[in-house]
Design a protein around this ligand. Structure first.
Ligand code: FAD
Length: 459
């Protein structure tokens, strides 16, 4: 028997339930990636480059096992029947994806074709983590308790020696040569290496180091989870083991972050409408400012608030941003500039190599204070205090905002406080070499609280 393994966002051989299911019932497996217009024409050049690099790496892994990746362009409902006919395959195996786009696509395909879905995007399926009455959780802590109480399915092991037989003679389009994505070589081998290195070195201090902008205290695995180059269940199993063995607070904290990912995937699964509007109906009528120049300044990292600008420039240059930076930059757009969080959500989806509709939407709604288990709307990050706390010497700011390179530590998060003499000494005239603050934080905060209160009253 022959089966198609339809690769979507599970670019790995190790611990891959869809591939395993295909191998269990078939002597021959056709690994197939469909470059479909709906998902490949996304306005996200860095993420698409990372995806193509990942596909090349996957092809390499498959070749080690005697197989190869077949790539075809077109719509799945047209490509799949063609490859089924050409290869004589009887079934299509794939990993279930929870975004509304993916679910609509799979419903359509499954209507006429033998599509078999496996759980692999998350360690637990969203319908497995629900309240006793079957209702979904909308608050993180009880969700995480229920998640941890479930039996963990054990990883399927490395298919290192498993040969994958693939029929000869199937046509494949060339795998596009994506641009390099500095700092993030694609592929499951790199993902495993990062996980092992993180476990060996950084996990112990993760609970302390994870918030520091000036340290590399986190795993930087998010792009690998985004495209399934690492299995969430495998990572969770390794981390639980590490937490048990070393009673490590760091490992427990990291696992908790991974559960945030599971939580947002579950929210998107149960409430797909969050991609269109705020989860909290009382906060859907906020009178946002239409301020294209301010939005452009935020995107370019020219707001005049150093920690916001450094974070935004890190994003533009690398396609990745530290979680603390994401929270500070997102809060600034929404609470200081009073610009619709959806503008920020779109910009992040454009820029991030780990851009994921569930985590990104969840992060934005949380920061804006309009989502499920959100920060209260009246909690507003102060960008100066955040900078002082999480980048105390200003190293992170100096690394990304060279104009501030010679500004003394005392002023690095509020350069506008320098007098003219100090500005000359630092080679940075505020308003000329680096922008003056776009808004006064205290006044902006009041303006925003008023707009949020007004929406609640209207509701
Ligand atoms: P680590 O600290 O090493 O965490 C391990 C893993 O846990 C991460 O790789 C990630 O998969 C998961 N994780 C950690 N924190 C979160 C979180 N708050 N929510 C969901 N999952 C989490 N993450 C994305 O993967 N894609 C996004 O598009 C995305 N957009 C975000 C937008 C905003 C406004 C905010 C505030 C957060 C967003 N996050 C997103 C979550 C988080 O910032 C990143 O997952 C994290 O910074 C990735 O770095 P890391 O791999 O070093 O994380």
């Amino acid at each position: 028997k022959t089966a198609i393994w339809w690769v979507r966002r599970d670019l790995r051989v190790e611990d891959n339930p869809a591939l395993k299911a295909a191998l269990e019932v078939s002597a021959e497996v056709v690994p197939l990636f469909i470059a479909d217009e709906g998902s490949m024409r996304l306005d996200a050049p860095k993420r698409i480059a990372f995806l193509w690099n990942g596909l090349r790496a996957l092809d390499g892994e498959l070749r080690k096992r005697g197989s190869r990746l077949i790539v075809r362009s077109g719509r799945p409902e047209e490509v799949l029947p063609a490859v089924l006919a050409e290869s004589g395959a009887q079934a299509v195996f794939a990993e279930e994806d929870y975004s509304p786009y993916a679910r609509a696509r799979d419903l359509k395909v499954g209507d006429t074709l033998p599509l078999r879905l496996s759980v692999g995007l998350t360690a637990q399926h969203p319908v497995a983590v629900v309240k006793n009455d079957g209702a979904p959780y909308t608050v993180f802590t009880p969700f995480s308790k229920a998640w941890k109480a479930l039996p963990q399915s054990s990883p399927a092991g490395l298919l290192a020696n498993t040969r994958i037989h693939t029929p000869q003679g199937l046509f494949s389009e060339p795998i596009a040569a994506g641009a390099e994505v500095p700092g993030f070589p694609a592929g499951e081998e790199e993902a495993r290496r990062r996980l092992e290195q993180f476990l060996a070195q950084k996990v112990r201090d993760y609970h302390d180091g994870r918030n520091q902008l000036d340290e590399e205290g986190t795993s930087r695995l998010s792009p690998y989870f985004r495209f399934g180059m690492l299995s969430a269940r495998l990572a969770a199993a390794k981390m639980s083991e590490s937490a048990r063995k070393a009673a490590s607070k760091g490992a427990e904290t990291w696992l908790n972050e991974l559960i945030w990912r599971e939580f947002y995937q579950a929210i998107l699964y149960h409430f797909p409408g969050v991609l269109k509007q705020a989860f909290n109906p009382a906060l859907r009528e906020i009178a946002w400012r239409d301020a294209p120049a301010d939005l452009a300044a935020w995107k370019a990292g020219l707001t005049g608030y150093p920690v916001v600008d450094a974070s935004m420039r890190q994003l533009a240059a690398t396609g990745w941003m530290h979680n603390r930076g994401r929270m500070i930059a997102a809060s600034f757009l929404v609470k200081d500039l009073l610009i619709n969080w959806q503008e920020g959500e779109t910009w992040f989806m454009h820029s991030l190599i780990d851009g994921d509709p569930a985590s990104n939407n969840g992060g934005w709604q949380w920061t804006a204070g309009v989502g499920t288990d959100a920060a209260p709307y009246f909690r507003v990050f102060n960008p100066v205090l955040q900078g002082k706390k999480f980048d105390p010497r200003g190293d992170f700011v100096r690394a990304w905002v060279p104009e501030l390179g010679r500004v003394p530590e005392k002023y690095i998060h509020e350069p506008w406080l320098m007098n003219l003499q100090e500005q000359s000494a630092a080679g940075c005239r505020v308003g000329r070499d680096y922008p003056a603050p776009l808004v006064d934080h205290s006044a902006a905060r009041e303006r925003t609280l008023e707009a949020f209160r007004a929406s609640r009253l209207r509701w």
